[in-house]
Design a protein around this ligand. Structure first.
Ligand code: BES
Ligand code: MN
Ligand code: ZN
Length: 507
């Protein structure tokens, strides 16, 4: 996958698939990138009924001659894509919204992918200024690069070459210097973002026998090689004993895979502020432990490290964009297994914070590793802490697969995350963190139980975490519904990398 922005016209681009936009013929008249012969030919085909409202994309072939150097032409019919008000196709009267740009970018990506295109040139000119929009060339390049890169993602086992994997080179073409600069800026943010998303998807899709806590630690170290701004430190189980992280250890002790607390610190050269801190739930496989899960669909519990994967994705993007920010990532990586050494229902452990926990259900393990990570986070004196976790099935019941749940002890922080989610269309919905729910965690034998009964399961899990996040502004994202898709489209989504990246780059 390769993206460039170039000052060029359709008449000089050889052996490429040219992508041009039309809107009820309007954009064709003003399309400076097309010569009259091509315009005439397209108009003729439209008149013949080739392009209707139900047809968003049209392939046109031309007999090569001296003026036609491209191999194929893909005509995108904006009339079929735009959802804005479409009363009069006059300048300034048709809305072109961020949602329109997303669906347009997705359409381009899927059409090129399906058609096996290897080289495409997208002619951006003549179209944005026809619409009533705040979007810029920068946004167009950003969205197209993300749509194409994520469309072309394909899973393959590590160290194997997928010979079937498709690849595409994209040239974003414009005719003036100012818009060229904007396109380049858009690619500078879009490409690393897509890389981060695909990293998160890949780690999520890897099976539990490959993606173990040690594997995640190795991958974190790989990110840091050759990057001065990133340092990685891995805390092993022996060191966790010394730190009294008994809650974390109560989860990993049922597995022969050693648990790891993976700490990444990215500090851009011009950044001197307190860090934003991201904590990822990294249960590389969640069997439930002694409170064993039912067998059906249990394979999907390889995705129980998607919070960790999103943190890795954010760091991969930061390294790639050489961002000037200070961000710390802590990945709580462990495998939740039942063996003779595993925690049992009723066991009581003392967390790093000193608070005691009665483990009533070993399947509520995410909060047990996260609470110690939250306490460990204090040493970084963070500006804010955000944990990201596939924490509860109850979250899927509440919000389905469209929104992540957000909880926070500071409204400003929740607002900032929600705003980043809206902006990047990686959305979150705020849930209550009221004291009323806290009593569900009461225990007769310890400071708290690790489960809160049948009602409000996502909320009581957040309440549990809140007890360990008293020393800083904190937010919790329950991504159980958003981190992966099931059914025929089973696969990690890379959420909420886009939201988190936008947040750390702008706060
Ligand atoms: N990783 C699961 C949550 C989960 C389940 C996410 C299904 C996505 C799909 C978590 O560790 C878990 O098992 N939670 C329990 C908590 C319960 C025992 C209080 C749950 O949601 O059932
Ligand atoms: Mn569980
Ligand atoms: Zn889990």
């Amino acid at each position: 996958m390769q993206f460039v922005a170039k000052k060029t016209t359709i008449h000089t681009q050889k052996n490429t698939c040219a992508v041009v936009f039309c809107y009820k013929e309007q954009l064709l008249d003003s399309a400076a990138s097309l010569n009259d012969a091509i315009k005439k030919s397209i108009k003729h085909q439209i008149k013949e009924g080739a392009l209707t409202k139900s047809q968003p994309a049209l392939w046109l072939t031309f007999t090569p001659d001296t003026s036609i150097k491209f191999s194929r032409l893909l005509l995108i019919n904006l009339d079929a894509v735009l959802t804005g008000s479409l009363t009069k196709p006059k300048k300034g009267e048709i809305a072109f919204t961020p949602a329109d740009l997303r669906s347009l970018s997705a359409l381009i990506a899927t059409t090129l992918y399906t058609a096996n295109v290897k080289q495409a040139s997208v002619f951006i000119d003549d179209f944005l200024d026809q619409f009533n929009t705040a979007l810029t060339y920068d946004d167009v390049a950003h969205q197209i690069s993300i749509a194409v890169s994520t469309q072309y993602y394909q899973f393959a086992l590590p160290d194997t070459k997928n010979n079937q994997a498709k690849s595409l080179n994209v040239c974003l073409s414009t005719q003036n210097n100012k818009t060229l600069k904007q396109l380049k800026l858009g690619l500078l943010s879009g490409e690393p973002t897509a890389l981060g998303i695909n990293t998160a998807r890949y780690l999520g899709d890897l099976p539990g026998n490959i993606c173990t806590p040690s594997y995640l630690a190795e991958q974190a170290k790989c990110l840091a090689t050759g990057c001065k701004a990133l340092t990685v430190k891995v805390v092993n189980e022996k060191q966790m004993e010394k730190l009294s992280m008994h809650s974390f250890l109560s989860v990993s002790k049922g597995s022969s895979e050693e648990g790891k607390l993976i700490c990444l610190e990215y500090k851009g050269s011009k950044s001197s502020s307190a860090p934003q801190l991201l904590i990822g739930k990294g249960i590389t496989f969640d069997t439930g432990g002694i409170s064993l899960k039912p067998g059906a669909g249990m394979d999907e519990m390889k995705y129980d490290m998607c919070g960790a994967a999103s943190v890795m994705g954010v760091f991969h993007a930061l390294v790639n964009m050489e961002a000037n920010v200070h961000v710390v990532g802590i990945i709580a990586a462990a495998e939740n297994m039942p063996n003779s050494n595993a925690s049992k229902p009723g066991d009581i452990v003392t967390s790093m914070s000193g608070q005691t926990i009665e483990i009533l259900n070993t399947d509520a393990e995410g909060r047990l590793v996260l609470c110690d990570a939250l306490t460990y986070a204090e040493r970084y004196k963070p500006k804010a802490v955000i944990d990201i976790a596939t924490l509860t099935g109850a979250c899927i019941v509440a919000l389905g697969k469209h929104a992540s749940a957000v909880y926070s002890n500071e409204q400003k922080l929740a607002d900032a995350l929600i705003a980043s989610g809206e902006k990047t269309h990686d959305r979150a919905w705020q849930m209550p963190l009221w004291d009323d729910y806290q009593q569900q965690l009461n225990s007769n034998f310890a400071d708290m139980a690790n489960i809160g009964g049948p009602g409000g399961g996502s909320i009581t899990a957040a309440c549990f975490l809140s007890r360990y996040a008293k020393k800083y502004p904190w937010a919790h994202l329950d991504i159980a519904g958003t981190a992966w898709l099931n059914g025929p489209k089973k696969g990690a989504t890379g959420r909420p990398v886009k939201m988190l990246l936008d947040y750390v780059l702008n706060n």
